[in-house]
Design a protein around this ligand. Structure first.
Ligand code: ZN
Length: 257
């Protein structure tokens, strides 16, 4: 089938696809502030870019992205839309449930909103696997890019840092105003090191309170953490291509059962 985006297919196209395949990719992001220089949709754009390129390469359908995530801390800035984790669990379960009704059985959820989306996605995935007999795989770029991130000498994961901004500079250069980016390097917090690559002991993640994050951002040049000034489209392309290759591998692993 030429079309690989679900929203561009007719029901008949989907019916034909289901005769030979039961896999589908679901990109999930957020709509939240990413500093003054990057769009609110950054997390969704990057998930969608990985999902669509891997879907096109492997002939696997891609569902329309979920543009909303759990972003209570980022309500510090306008345009952010945060949906409660409880609602997101229900939404993802309903999306998967609708698709399962007609025969989709293998779901690969591509996360663009990092650590914050993972807990509710895990709860929804466990529930639908148990109740609907489907299989759900959670594909998170931070966990799936440890090898390439080290090679590209990326700094730690933050928010609007060089990793996701490089990715955006590759996928959507028209939406990033890099000249306006101001770095806000990480500051050490004892026993709190949340980058999946960090080998040190750490407490688990809890989204900051809105006032807590505001207090942090009051002291910084922009409402991000990291060094976006070091972002380049070349690094973004290498990172993107690595993730697409990994997602294609994952899709191949779940073929045929
Ligand atoms: Zn982001």
């Amino acid at each position: 089938m030429d079309r690989f985006k679900l929203e561009e297919c007719s029901w008949k196209d989907v019916d034909a696809y289901l005769q030979t395949d039961n896999r589908i990719i679901l990109p999930v992001g957020s709509t939240e502030q990413h500093g003054v220089f990057a769009p609110l949709g950054t997390d969704t754009y990057v998930a969608k870019a990985i999902a669509e390129e891997a879907g096109q390469q492997s002939g696997v359908l891609v569902a329309p992205p979920l543009w909303f995530g759990w972003s209570p801390h980022h309500l510090v800035k306008p345009g952010t839309i945060s949906v409660r984790a409880e609602t997101l669990i229900e939404m993802l379960s309903d999306v998967i449930g609708s698709l399962a009704e007609h025969g989709f059985a293998h779901f690969v959820v591509v996360n663009g909103h990092r650590i914050v989306n993972i807990p509710w996605m895990q709860i929804a995935a466990e529930r639908v696997q148990r109740t609907l007999g489907v299989r759900v795989v959670l594909f998170d770029p931070a966990y799936m890019s440890k090898e390439i991130a080290a090679k590209l000498d990326f700094g730690p994961i933050g928010h609007g840092e060089e990793i996701e901004i490089s990715h955006m500079c590759h996928c959507h250069p028209d939406l990033v105003r890099l000249a306006e980016a101001a770095d806000n390097p990480h500051t050490a917090t004892p026993l709190y090191n949340l980058d999946p690559q960090d080998p040190r002991d750490t407490l688990c993640y809890v989204p900051a309170t809105r006032s807590g994050l505001q207090a942090v951002y009051d002291k910084t040049a922009d409402t991000i953490t990291g060094r976006p000034s070091e972002a380049t489209p070349e690094k973004g392309q290498a990172y993107h291509e690595h993730l697409v290759r990994r997602l294609v591998e994952v899709l191949e692993m779940i073929t045929g059962d």
